[in-house]
Design a protein around this ligand. Structure first.
Ligand SMILES: Nc1ncnc2c1ncn2[C@@H]1O[C@H](COP(=O)(O)OP(=O)(O)OP(=O)(O)O)[C@@H](O)[C@H]1O
Ligand SMILES: [Mg+2]
Length: 220
């Protein structure tokens, strides 16, 4: 076991399809490309991240992703690393979600642009409150994922405004738009910037990732 503490980032919320696995996977690859040690925990029985790690291993894509599934001593296991630990977890495993939140340094909550998703985020924050009790708890971030790209559609602006009003949580003002490259790259076991080095999605994601990990600089 390492003596240096890990930096544990949980990507979670209660609603399905908000982009937890997609964001975790792309953040993992972004961190690896920045020269960080990264392990990923896939605490969702659907096993999306485990499948993605498996495809990369089969295709011999570099960098490889190390993905763990739920462990009996989950909290100890999460804390046994020294680098970046990313945790993908949804409502299908509330027990694991609460354990991960209890040891997280930060929790990131992707929210698609809709009112029910904002309501679900408020409920999720209540769960975080019960987990942290009187302790300081993790730093909480939220952002709009799958934002509409058309200027006339106002849901993303409205959702962002509502998220900005929630207490004790930081709104990341860099939304990720709904872009087909996320689905295309994911189905091949690739990150978006492995499919394309430039483009709007890649620019958006880099800006977003830097906002979450401001201290991490590209390796020279
Ligand atoms: N910004 C985006 N643009 C386009 N497609 C996206 C974006 N984010 C996620 N998706 C796609 O939406 C679908 C659902 O995303 P994902 O599986 O990451 O969500 P999830 O929150 O992990 O869902 P679940 O709760 O079922 O685990 C996937 O096909 C994914 O590629
Ligand atoms: Mg998922």
């Amino acid at each position: 076991m390492s003596t240096k503490k890990p930096n544990i980032t949980v990507i979670a919320n209660l609603k399905g399809g908000s982009g937890k696995s997609t964001v975790t996977f792309n953040l993992g690859l972004w961190l690896l490309n920045m020269g960080q040690d990264v392990v990923v925990y896939d605490l969702d029985p659907q096993g999306t991240l485990s499948d993605l790690a498996e495809i990369r291993a089969e295709e011999e894509y570099e960098p490889a992703i190390t993905a763990y599934q739920n462990k009996r001593n989950l909290i100890k296991h999460l804390q046994s690393h020294s680098g970046q630990v990313l945790v993908d977890v949804g409502a299908s495993n509330m027990e694991a979600m609460k354990k991960a939140i209890s040891v997280a340094n930060q929790v990131i909550i992707p929210v698609p642009p809709s009112q029910p998703d904002v309501w679900a985020t408020q409920r999720f924050l209540q769960i975080v409150d019960t987990v942290r009790g009187k302790k300081k708890g993790p730093k909480l971030y939220t952002f709009v994922n799958r934002a509409d790209t058309h200027y006339a559609v106002t849901e993303s602006d409205e959702t962002e405004e509502l998220l900005g009003q929630l207490p004790n949580i930081t709104l990341i003002p860099h939304r990720l738009c709904q872009r087909t490259i996320y689905r295309h790259s994911l189905s091949e076991g690739l990150g978006i910037f492995e499919l394309s080095r430039s483009g709007k999605a890649v620019e958006e994601f880099s800006t977003f990732a830097k906002a979450i990990f401001p201290k991490i600089k590209a390796k020279s």
